[in-house]
Design a protein around this ligand. Structure first.
Ligand code: PMV
Length: 325
């Protein structure tokens, strides 16, 4: 048995299709290579302990707010017949939690990869995603699976719940994405249930918005393939309007979007569940991206990231879920 393993996963950004993806519409999401989670497992003389930013101590004593992670670890150990193995797990995350950047999904992916690798058990992509959803169902209620699919991907993906999880041809090398944290915790479970309620109680207004978000994602896919940044930007603003009409934007997110527009962004929208969390803006130069990040912080963003799309093109590499990188 290996004495020490380290596995990795990424923060995710949903470019198009949050919420509508829950109802079978397509979505486009990408991993953020510069914002990641590491899970390390090493042999210990006795016990099973976890060290992370939220908890330090025996896995058996983990508190209820980490129930998803605890259940996932227990489930995998049980499945692999290693419930009494001795080890220490250390989770190091750069992903802010509850900001729509897929912190819990990335943690679940890194843990699953690390445990399988530590016990030398092969893990394919399908199994990886199935395991990680055990945590997401507890933490988020009714996940579409897009968060785990993206956190475990090395490439941008085109995702349709239960149907498609495919690499997308990404021809946007000259563009940058600015990500800004509104400073307010996102509320995934609340936002998802708000829309679920409205789909029943106010379906005449809600369903067309969900369908339109699907139409926008489909158009965006074509624009991403052809590298049409202005079109993508326009679709981002359209998407923000629909998400606002669905009731999941906030005054701060709206303000950050209008700040982006004034500062020359091609497009801007909230990302993830909304009701707080992050927004994203597309720019066609690094200078504009840097200026925009400054403007967004002046307008109240608590943190900003700039992600260049230079390394997002398809490079023919096959995804391998048991590789440590
Ligand atoms: O976890 P968040 O806040 O990034 O939101 C996930 C995206 C949703 O579409 C709102 C929910 C889902 O499971 O797809």
């Amino acid at each position: 048995m290996t004495k020490k393993v380290i596995s990795k996963s990424y923060a995710k950004i949903i470019l198009f299709g949050e919420h509508s993806v829950v109802y079978g519409q397509p979505a486009i999401a990408l991993p953020l290579y510069s914002v990641d989670v590491h899970a390390e497992i090493s042999l210990e003389p006795s016990g099973q302990t976890l060290s992370s930013r939220y908890y330090e101590g025996p896995i058996a004593d983990m508190s209820n707010n980490l129930l998803g992670v605890k259940t996932l670890i227990d489930h995998i150990l049980n499945e692999l017949g290693k419930s009494s193995a001795n080890f220490k797990m250390t989770i190091t995350s750069q992903i802010p939690s509850e900001r729509g950047m897929g912190s819990s999904a990335a943690t679940a992916i890194a843990i699953t990869r690390a445990l399988y690798q530590y016990f030398d058990v092969p893990l394919n992509r399908e199994k990886l995603l199935k395991e990680a959803l055990i945590e997401e169902k507890i933490t988020h209620g009714n996940p579409s699976g897009i968060d785990t699919a993206t956190a475990s991907s090395h490439f941008p993906i085109w995702f349709i719940k239960h149907k498609e999880n495919a690499q997308i041809t990404f021809n946007l090398a000259d563009y940058n994405l600015v990500i800004a944290d509104s400073g307010i915790k996102g509320k995934t479970a609340d936002a998802v249930s708000l829309i679920a309620r409205n789909m029943v109680d106010d379906s005449d207004n809600t369903k067309p918005l969900i369908d339109d978000l699907g139409r926008i994602a489909t158009e965006a896919k074509r624009a991403i393939i052809t590298g049409d940044g202005s079109k993508i930007g326009d679709l981002m603003y359209q998407s923000q309007q629909r998400l606002h009409d669905l009731g999941v934007s906030t005054p701060t997110l709206d303000k950050l979007v209008s700040t982006s527009k004034k500062a020359g962004a091609l497009g801007a929208k909230l990302t993830g569940s909304g009701l707080g969390g992050c927004m994203i803006a597309l720019t066609d130069s690094t200078t504009t991206a840097q200026r925009l990040a400054t403007e967004l912080r002046k307008a109240g963003a608590t943190q900003t990231w700039i992600q260049s799309f230079k390394n997002y093109g398809f490079n023919g590499e096959k995804q391998n879920d048991n590789v440590v990188q």
